[in-house]
Design a protein around this ligand. Structure first.
Ligand code: CA
Length: 220
């Protein structure tokens, strides 16, 4: 899952980027409203953490422009302490949730998990597909209760497929969601991750749809 992190305060931005990466997310960072708007408008982003007080273009304007253009990804806004009017303006502009500064990283991660799973139509933090279970809180995947040993990239591929189970996901789509913008992306690596995942998963869980991509679905 790929997160766009928009925060102009360097220390906080670095802390948040580190915390999100440690939680298994791919992180793209923007430090002003203009870059943020461009990245959210052009990149395949699964969720946004958006500070409202930003140089060049404020967060509310960025959010309104995304929504006006039909960009529907979940957005969690960061507001000043006691900034109730900011929260109201943010929610009216299309924010899905908010956090007031200062906050605990754990709370930000919990809210983000909830936004991402709701965006995918999942009510629980634990995603299941046949014998396979993925706990998005602990990043543990199990098959019939047995834990799978996954690398961080294998986890990202599996998490993306689990959030979109039953749908055909193209290789390009996977590449866009498992690597950040500035990463040297190679779509051949996706095939490698899929091949490794298949060795660890029950047969036929990940289907190849010729010419289109992959689909994770319970074989029954
Ligand atoms: Ca700020």
């Amino acid at each position: 899952m790929r997160i766009l992190l928009v925060e102009d305060e360097p220390t906080l931005a670095a802390q948040l980027a580190a915390g999100l990466a440690a939680a298994g997310y791919v992180v793209d960072s923007a430090h002003n409203g203009v870059d943020a708007h461009f990245m959210g408008d052009t990149e395949a982003i699964d969720a946004v953490v958006l500070d409202l007080g930003l140089p060049q273009m404020d967060g509310i304007t960025v959010l309104k422009k995304w929504r006006a253009a039909g960009r529907a990804m979940p957005v969690l806004i960061l507001t000043a302490r006691d900034g109730w009017h900011e929260k109201v303006a943010g929610i009216d502009a299309g924010a899905d949730d908010y956090l007031s500064k200062p906050f605990h990283m754990e709370e930000l991660l919990a809210r983000l998990r909830a936004l991402i799973r709701r965006a995918g139509g999942h009510a629980s933090a634990e995603l299941t597909c046949g014998p396979l279970t993925l706990d998005t809180r602990t990043h543990r995947a199990t098959v019939d209760g047995q834990a799978l040993a996954l690398t961080s990239h294998e986890y990202r591929v599996l998490a993306y497929l689990m959030h979109h189970q039953g749908e055909v996901v193209s290789r390009t789509n996977l590449v866009e969601h498992i690597y950040a913008q500035d990463f040297d992306r190679d779509s051949n690596t996706v095939e490698v991750f899929i091949a490794r995942l298949r060795k660890k998963l029950p047969p036929r869980l990940i289907e190849t749809i010729r010419g289109l991509g992959y689909r994770l679905a319970s074989p029954q």
